[in-house]
Design a binder for this molecule. Sequence first.
Ligand code: ADP
Length: 362
Amino acid sequence: GKGIAVFTSGGDSQGMNAAVRAVVRMGIYLGCKVYFIREGYQGMVDGGDNIVEANWSSVSCIIHKGGTIIGSARCKDFRERAGRLKAAKNLVDNGITNLVVIGGDGSLTGADLFRQEWSSLLDELLKNNQITTEQREKYKSLQIAGLVGSIDNDFCGTDMTIGTDSALHRIIEAIDAIVSTAYSHQRTFIMEVMGRHCGYLALVAALTGEADYVFIPEEPEENWQKTLCDKLAQERNSGQRLNIIIVSEGAIDRNGDPITAEQVKKVVVDNLHQDTRITVLGHVQRGGNPSAFDRILGCRMGAEAVMALMEADENTEPCVISLDGNQAVRVPLMECVKQTKAVAQAMADKQWEKAVSLRGKS
Ligand code: ADP
């Protein structure tokens, strides 16, 4: 059977373990040898104990856990060809020519580059007498399949990334807790949530947590100070005892400058004299148990990734497994990465409508 390795790279998210588990078990079920690579690309470059064969029970009791049991890291070495050369040697030594990469667009870009270089990396290893002619022939092509693990839901090509739903659960729990204390003391709370340049978490949290106001990167407002104060005052005048304001960490104003929780607080205090507090949720959002949705998403995507690799050969375009409606489907990896980067560029260029339409297209 084929040699498949699975690794998690970049930021962690809940549900990654479910995906790792599904890759291992589907791989074994189909007669493959499946390996863990620990600590993302760093483990691939360093080799040794970082690359270990997995068995059926090595992924027992992990579906319940947040984070990633095989570790994740950011890796400078892999950005250099010298690092990728070491990684290629370690894969050949272990008979691995199929990779399931679970990460964000950076990790997927690295995997695509690695695949493109594979043939020339092997040539160099052969020239250096680090692999044999037989190995050069036997392991001549590398196949990759990507899964997107990210709480931000910021990747083009999939309806949901692995971890987003669990992060929303964390945020909602926090809002519910804040609401009860805010009600008692007639306070206003400003809650900062994650998402980088994507407002998805903030927007859905605001809708489901009955927030009065939300700031997201995709819709910078002119004169937000007045609109905000009018809205808060109107809510209080109609008898509401509290206000909740959600600020996405990437929120910006019409000039592209950040809108911070501190700024929002100052505006509320100066104009409305409300008792106002800030809660920054931070990494709580990335922690804790994965939701049922993320567990099943990880399972389905992991299984589909293995199926894709089983069918792939050197002429197959690398794919990302994505959720389209309620279907796990394969979409071209680099097209999605390019589109995701185009969204980030449009945001940086302050072309917010273009960013939203680019994100929506795929
Ligand atoms: P994410 O995958 O969450 O977007 P990063 O952008 O930090 O996170 O990427 C994770 C890792 O992937 C990096 O530390 C690096 O090892 C690898 N990587 C990212 N971009 C590239 C690239 N252009 N070339 C090679 N490796 C890359």
